[in-house]
Write a protein that binds this ligand. Structure first.
Ligand SMILES: [Zn+2]
Length: 222
């Protein structure tokens, strides 16, 4: 029997999923996190996720998803493929087809094992990067499928779905986690924590949102 007050957060140690973790910690009695290890370009990511989970005293599951690299070698998992933006409507080179489909399915199987009703993910449609499985309609569809597949009543939560990066910073601040998220998380493709290398697409997006938030503060509408 699932527990109404227990949640699993899909967790990478980045800005978005760490903000989701703080969100979940406010909302649920018990929170556990799951990180997927698929030979990320920087194993630093797993290390950061471990440290944050320890800091916040939540149980951390690391699942081996190296098969993903076998199926779809790409810029996140291979050093010889350059990280590009996906301009002109193309998909960014960091794209792994079906990644969220797999991650959310495995997170939900884990939720089933530990008796958690809620699954939380930081996917977002606003800063749309071309990943079809970050869209709201996909998440809703998968939620139905998960419930049917396991005859259960999971609820998949996407607290960031309609927020832009500045609003995600505002949410972290609201959760009293602004400094923590800014200093401890890793978003950079080059493995630099906090404000990052400042040059890769992930850093640019994060930095732009941060600047807007710092300029406009709580004026950023949610
Ligand atoms: Zn960077």
């Amino acid at each position: 029997m699932e527990n109404n007050n227990k949640a699993v957060v899909v967790f990478s140690g980045g800005q978005d999923s760490t903000t989701c973790l703080f969100w979940a910690l406010k909302k649920y009695d018990e929170v556990q996190v799951v990180t997927f290890d698929y030979n990320q370009r920087h194993n630093e990511e797993i290390e950061v996720a471990k440290e944050i989970a320890e800091d916040l005293k939540v149980k951390h599951h690391v699942l081996d998803m190296s098969l993903l690299n076998q199926l779809a070698p790409n810029a996140l998992t291979r050093d010889d493929i350059e990280v590009t933006d996906g301009e002109d409507g193309g998909l960014p080179s960091t794209f792994v087809p079906g990644r969220n489909l797999l991650f959310l399915s495995f997170a939900s199987i884990l939720a089933k094992q530990i008796g958690a009703k809620h699954v939380v993910t930081g996917v977002c449609e606003t800063d749309f990067s071309g990943y079809p499985d970050c869209r709201d309609v996909f998440i809703k569809s998968l939620n139905v499928t998960l419930n049917l597949s396991m005859d259960d009543e999971f609820v998949v939560h996407t607290p960031l779905m309609w927020l832009d990066k500045a609003q995600t910073w505002a949410l972290a601040d609201e959760l009293d986690a602004f400094e923590y998220v800014r200093e401890k998380t890793l978003t950079c493709y080059h493995g630099v924590r906090g404000d990052g290398c400042g040059e890769c697409p992930a850093c640019e997006l994060r930095q732009k949102g941060l600047e807007i938030y710092l300029e406009q503060g709580t004026e950023v509408n949610r």
